[in-house]
Design a binder for this molecule. Structure first.
Ligand code: NAP
Ligand code: ZN
Ligand code: ZN
Length: 346
């Protein structure tokens, strides 16, 4: 089946219209008419080959919301017309310990990413959601609560689950002191979700203009990290720091802001490595952990939590032809707080 979308052809070239082939739905597949797709900073890193493993052409997009248009004969969970979502991965081995435990995202043989992986045939690349349609095995399709605005719900499929999963894993709840570093797509969802768990939330940002937004989003405090001695004043304060920054930055100061046994969660995926001194870690038995999106069951749990609490992303809608300008603006931090493409306009 021919599908219209937008693709990057090289690290330097802007994204441009591209028509490509999707497989015909198999017995367990769902064909989805994509209505909305969020623009994650990972799409930008990947389209520009900043992580140095991109193959071209590349169709980014892993915050996908749409309606089921066709189901295979063996599909039991979805019907034509259902509002559904697809996140960062579209398959896994389904056999390893991680898959059996519901952590398909950590599949030990390598999860099949929504874009930038290979299909089951081992040679066709997977292409993402900057497109009109996608075909996905029903097991990797999520239900989007009908009560949520579909455009605002799209970023939940990556920004939402990426922040929800590690906060839940660390047991963030009423009274936990959480700092969110970087108020972007992930960061603003981290603030909303941590606040919905009852945590006391502080935003650590290098953008003075975001102070009012931080409070509106549910933060109790805002600290400008570029201010002289700003982090020194926060020494030993937080149980958890959720680090969503997309570029290289100092970690020693933030780690020093953790309490004894506190954890800095690295979800930001800076292409350049970090330098960390031993002392901020060993004094206070502090940890740095990484986290990659979340498993399927946890993603559905997050969507249902958001449905119950009316949580969606703050978005700016764009048409497909605005995507290159949106990439540039996102890199400058000039978006409140996620671009979402209207995929009915391809
Ligand atoms: P984003 O919307 O661009 O937000 C990143 C934020 O980081 C900015 O709003 C800014 O916040 C801060 N920032 C940017 N450059 C900075 C710099 N040079 N120094 C200090 N702060 C800076 O990006 P996003 O979509 O939230 O993604 C964030 C990162 O997470 C990306 O690297 C992305 O690839 C990664 N990611 C990881 C996962 C995962 O599973 N682990 C999933 C999705 C995305 P302030 O203006 O408030 O300082
Ligand atoms: Zn993402
Ligand atoms: Zn597996």
């Amino acid at each position: 089946m021919q599908v219209r979308g937008y693709a990057a052809r090289s690290p330097e070239s802007p994204l441009s219209p591209w028509t490509f082939e999707r497989r015909s739905p198999g017995a367990k597949d769902v064909r989805i008419r994509i209505e909305h797709c969020g623009v994650c900073h990972s799409d930008i890193h990947f389209a520009r080959n900043e992580w140095a493993f991109t193959t071209y052409p590349c169709v980014p997009g892993h915050e996908i919301v749409g309606r089921v248009e066709q189901v295979g004969i063996g599909v039991t969970r979805y019907r034509v017309g259902d509002q559904v979502g697809v996140g960062c991965f579209v398959d896994s081995c389904r056999k390893c310990k991680s898959c059996a435990d519901g952590f398909e995202n950590y599949c030990e043989t390598g999860v099949r990413m929504t874009y930038g992986s290979l299909e089951a045939d081992g040679k066709t690349p997977t292409y993402g959601g900057y497109a009109t349609q996608i075909v996905v095995d029903e097991a990797f399709v999520l239900k989007i609560p009908e009560t949520l605005d579909p455009a605002g719900a799209a970023p939940l499929l990556c920004a939402g689950i990426t922040t929800y999963s590690p906060l839940r894993h660390l047991g963030v709840s009423k009274g936990t002191r959480v700092a969110v570093m970087g108020l972007g797509g992930l960061g603003h969802m981290g603030v909303k979700l941590a606040a919905s768990f009852g945590a006391e939330v502080t935003v650590l940002s290098h953008s003075p203009s975001k102070k009012a937004d931080a409070q509106r989003l549910g933060a109790h405090d805002f600290v400008l990290t570029s201010g002289e001695g700003a982090l020194t004043a926060l020494a030993g304060r937080f149980d958890v720091i959720l680090d969503t920054i997309s570029a290289e930055h100092d970690l020693n100061g933030p780690v020093g802001c953790l309490k004894r046994d506190g954890t800095l969660i690295m979800v930001g995926a800076s292409p350049t490595p970090f330098s960390i001194a031993a002392f901020p870690l060993i004094f206070g038995r502090r940890s740095i952990m990484g986290s990659l999106v979340g498993g399927l069951a946890e993603t559905q749990e997050m969507l249902d939590h958001c449905g119950k609490h009316g949580i969606t992303s703050d978005i700016e809608r764009i048409t497909p032809d605005q995507i290159n300008g949106a990439f540039d603006r996102a890199v400058r931090g000039d978006v409140k707080y996620r671009f979402v493409i209207d995929c009915t306009k391809f």
